[in-house]
Design a protein around this ligand. Structure first.
Ligand SMILES: NC(=O)c1ccc[n+]([C@@H]2O[C@H](COP(=O)([O-])OP(=O)(O)OC[C@H]3O[C@@H](n4cnc5c(N)ncnc54)[C@H](O)[C@@H]3O)[C@@H](O)[C@H]2O)c1
Length: 257
């Protein structure tokens, strides 16, 4: 019960990593708020979790974000934990990406995270503190094919986390990132074709995709008091993908689909 009665907002929590995080938080005693552009999915998620509040939100829209935070404060009086998880994928090659796709990706994955974090941090500052966990990505650390907009947004989020950590420390708000590697979710099913999967499995020392539950375990640590002196940090949860250099595995030299 490391998060007993903590009010924990998880954006994009209707499915995937966000839902797994909310489930793990509930197991630790938290009261989840699932806020998602898929409002019906958020409602289903709260029903499955057995407690909490479901809200529809578009994180890229400031008015929608403000209404979401007002509804949480109305219901519970505060926000203790934010997991800034809502996001969209994207795989368009650099030469083909249009400004519309670029703007949409940045507005949800970076501007959206900023809007939600700022609105929650203002409430946390008033209440005397809180925990913010931004869900960044390996794609924000390494140049991946087709990751121009997505990677740029996630790299921006990683830097924003550092600035937030610096400025929000005095308000007792603890801010960190989780950078997932390849995690088996609907987003990965959409974005990763057969050859991409084979390449990931070859390049990841643990030779497999991660699970949403493995991200959730890291989020519980960063949401709990046990991480109180971890601040402005990016915790990669990636099966060693970031750490790896050249690998020889029994003569296997190239991925095959
Ligand atoms: N799956 C991976 O391999 C992976 C790897 C690295 C990082 N991530 C990041 O983890 C987070 C969750 O990814 P996932 O794989 O669970 O994705 P997912 O597509 O399964 O879930 C994303 C959720 O966000 C919601 N959402 C999308 N746009 C929104 C908006 N504008 N406002 C509110 N909610 C919105 C969706 O409705 C959905 O419920 C994302 O930020 C993603 O970039 C995922």
């Amino acid at each position: 019960m490391r998060l007993k009665d903590k009010i924990a907002l998880v954006t994009g929590g209707a499915r995937g990593i966000g839902f797994a995080v909310a489930k793990a938080f509930v197991a630790e005693g938290a009261i989840p708020v699932i806020a998602d552009v898929n409002a019906a999915g958020a409602k289903d998620a709260v029903e499955k979790l057995g407690r909490g509040l479901a809200l529809g939100v578009d994180v890229a829209d400031a008015a929608s974000v403000n209404a979401m935070v007002a509804a949480i404060v109305d219901a519970y009086g505060r926000v203790d934990i934010l997991v800034n998880n809502a996001g969209v994928g994207g795989n368009t090659p650099f030469l083909d990406i249009g400004v519309e796709e670029w703007n949409r990706t940045i507005s949800i994955n970076l501007t959206g995270a900023f809007l939600v974090a700022q609105a929650c941090a203002r409430e946390m500052a008033k209440a005397g503190g809180g925990k913010i966990i931004n869900i960044a990505s390996l794609s924000g650390q390494r140049g991946g094919h087709g990751r121009g907009a997505y990677g740029a947004a996630k790299a921006g989020l990683e830097l924003l986390t550092k600035v937030m950590a610096v400025e929000l420390a005095e308000h007792n708000i603890n801010v960190n990132n989780i950078a997932p590697g390849a995690i088996e979710t609907e987003m990965a099913k959409f974005a990763h074709d057969g050859p991409t999967r084979a390449a990931y499995n070859y390049l990841i020392p643990m030779t497999r995709y991660g699970t949403p539950e493995e991200i959730a375990d890291a989020a519980v640590f960063l949401a709990s008091d046990e991480s109180r002196y971890v601040h402005g940090h990016t915790l990669n949860v990636d099966g060693g993908f970031r750490a790896a250099g050249l690998m020889f595995r029994g003569g296997k030299s190239a991925p095959s689909a």
